[in-house]
Ligand binder design. Structure first.
Ligand SMILES: Cc1ncc(COP(=O)(O)O)c(C=O)c1O
Length: 414
């Protein structure tokens, strides 16, 4: 029997009882592979003088094949992959890197880690990078790199974005932490830039607790990323790697940053990658159901998506408009009391996973972003586990509808 997701307390209000933060369980094949490794004890991805179980090399090979890119390098986190992509693409200390303002803390963090300076680009009401602001800032700043974060899986018009990159000769690095399996006009996200980075932190499309992977077609970038990641000169054991002579060009000049993925993580990820398409279909069904229901509630708008965007919604974003911050806060607290935890990017203080450019005070100059500020002020975020049923979606929407109605009635909340 499916877990019931609703209950009615004495106040006659709907309560959502499923845990929205619960990850999917590991596929049995992952548990078996991980158990084999645990019995063997060789959790380090490289064998020293004999073969180890090559889980990480196989994961890279399968990931590169899935994406249709030549090389992949598995690392310890998505933020680690971003840092390595920037370094391997040639970002030097003091360089400026363009990045959209609506993103998560590890993205400007990766730029800072590389010693570079984030130049924040505005976002529009559909949560995409503002292409006119990008054009302006690319011309004005002299930045040579764009770290494009498909934050919460929102893909901008890539045809226009690539035109801007081309016009300013920008090196594009894609942050695909939320777009594994997503497409623009039939082309997989992660195949547009010089390098693409993915995360397998627990709340992403595939889960190894912590983990990241970098994909590229550039042999020098791939070899440098492998060396930076800490391959102890055992890089020949990689399978989705460039020819060995490419490593000869870099092996004496590339420090070891020790950011490898362990075999255990890779063993858990391989079967999840194989199941991804099934999960994508489930997420799409849930998103379409919920977006329709939420769009019927006063003050809530779930922005429309381009028909070219094949998105993979493991979360749903909506905008609250016509409400003060105090009323938004009261609405979210009421939803919380009735079992639906919603993240809010308009909070004055960084909480949980939500922070914004105001909170990144290490940025060396204050960057005015009036458009992004207005967008973030009403921007809410709901995680979507892939096991939500249609009935769960209705219950969830009922909680939000009732909390909104309660708000309209005045200060009383049940
Ligand atoms: C948009 C975005 N990019 C990158 C990352 C980095 O991933 P990780 O947590 O694996 O470092 C995250 C993490 O949540 C993210 O949300």
């Amino acid at each position: 029997m499916a877990e019931a997701a609703s209950a009615r307390p004495p106040s006659n209000r709907t309560v959502f009882t499923k845990d929205l933060s619960a990850p999917d369980p590991m596929p049995e094949a992952g548990i078996e592979a991980a158990s084999r490794l645990l019995r063997d004890g060789r959790l380090f991805r490289y064998g020293e003088d004999r073969d180890s179980l090559p889980e990480a090399a196989l994961y890279e090979e399968e990931f590169a094949a899935y994406l249709g890119r030549r090389y992949a390098v598995a690392v310890n986190s998505g933020g680690g992959a971003l840092f390595l992509a920037l370094k391997a693409a040639g970002v030097a200390p003091g360089d400026e890197v363009l990045v959209n303002a609506f993103t998560l803390a590890p993205v400007p963090g990766a730029i800072a880690h590389a010693g570079a300076r984030p130049v924040l680009v505005e976002v529009d009401g559909n949560y995409h990078i503002d292409l006119e602001d990008l054009d302006r800032k690319a011309a004005g700043s002299g930045a040579r790199y764009l770290l494009l974060s498909y934050m919460r899986g929102h893909i901008p018009d890539m045809d226009r974005l690539l035109e801007v990159c081309h016009r300013h000769d920008l090196v594009l690095i894609e942050d695909c932490a939320h777009t594994l399996g997503a497409k623009w006009d039939g082309r997989l996200s992660g195949t547009f830039g010089t390098a693409a980075c993915f995360s397998s932190q627990t709340f992403k499309h595939i889960n190894s607790g912590e983990g990241g992977i970098l994909a590229t077609d550039d042999p020098d970038l791939a070899a440098k990323a492998i060396l930076y990641s800490g391959s102890y000169m055992l890089y020949a054991q990689h399978r989705a790697r460039p020819p060995l002579e490419v490593f000869e060009r870099h092996r004496y000049d590339t420090p070891n940053f020790s950011m490898r993925m362990s075999s255990l993580s890779a063993a858990l990820l391989r079967p999840q990658l194989a199941e991804l398409e099934t999960r994508i279909a489930a997420w799409r069904r849930i998103y379409d159901h919920l977006a329709g229901a939420l769009n019927r509630i006063d003050h809530i708008t779930v922005p429309g998506r381009s028909p070219k965007e094949g998105f993979v919604p493991s979360s749903l974003q909506f905008t609250l408009s016509g409400l003060t911050s105090e009323r938004i806060q009261a609405f979210l607290e009421d939803c919380d009391r009735h079992g639906v935890h919603i993240k809010w990017f308009g909070r004055a203080e960084p909480v949980g996973f939500t922070s914004s450019h105001h909170h990144w005070r290490y940025l060396d100059a204050r960057q005015d972003l009036p458009r992004s500020e207005a967008v973030l002020l009403g921007l809410c975020d709901l995680r979507l586990p892939s096991n939500l049923s249609g009935e769960d979606c209705e219950t969830l929407a009922a909680v939000l509808r009732e909390s909104m109605a309660q708000l309209a009635e005045g200060p009383r909340v049940s």
